[in-house]
Design a protein around this ligand. Sequence first.
Ligand code: BDR
Ligand code: CA
Length: 309
Amino acid sequence: TRKVILDCDPGHDDAITMILANANDKIQIEAVTTVAGNVEVDKTALNARRVCDIIGLDVAVAEGSNRPMVRETQIAESIHGDSGLDGPNLPDVPKTPVHDQHAVDLIIEKVLESDGDLTLVPTGPLTNIAMAMVKEPKIVPKIQEIVLMGGGTFGNWTPAAEFNIWVDAEAAKVVFESGVPIAMFGLDVTHQAQATDATIDRFAGVDNDVSEFVVELLRFFKKTYKEVFGFDGAPIHDACTVAYLIDPSIFDTVDVRVDIETKGEFAYGMTCVDLLAVTGREPNVNFAQGLDQGRFWDLLENALQTYSK
Ligand code: BDR
Ligand code: CA
């Protein structure tokens, strides 16, 4: 089993990532921490607690950074709606409580008390992870791996930058330069994981409370992806991270150098992926390029089937 902290900004695909992780024996969720990203941090924490209620996940859910390290807060309501999780009916006041520590402190505590066997899975801006590294550098050599969704060789928020990295590129710089092994799931691979109507119908066939929740999430997410990007499917970006931890053979990856642009005129937040090794610099990232779509959707459907009616 892989012990993980899911550091997220739910967010439709973040919620599906929690659902996938909770369903699989190979993953042990040690905590869920939330960050400002798709919506403000109070909303992402509320949403994470709501998802815990719906899927019966009993772990600490800690609220984290409410703004990026340097820049102002930026959110993605156009994609995820006002709540951050528009579509399904959500419990107003979740039973799952908010943990009484800040996410950054919980991450530090969990890593320090681990045997070096804790993996961080960030699927939002990297603020909490970078803040934890800055506050307590002793965690850096103890983190087993960081398996993140962010970046790519093209952008979705600007032509050059993907949303999670663009929101807090300074934090991304801290993380990518930390020396911790990084597996990176950027748009190159996550856009291969687009849930179409056929996928949604397939999930609807599972027919339990969690699959119904996922179907409602995907219907909304697919609609905004059509409106904003003209796509026929909704990329389940964030779930690639946990799918990789469950079964890395679903993905093609390559070791490369990735540096984060924090000063560019047009390219703030770009992940400069050195695919041709032109820098000659030591690789710092295992970069995902390809995905076996059939096996990816099978994994998600099997996950949904583990939930009862
Ligand atoms: C990323 O941004 C968010 O909207 C998604 O949850 C995902 O983490 C994709 O760019
Ligand atoms: Ca996310």
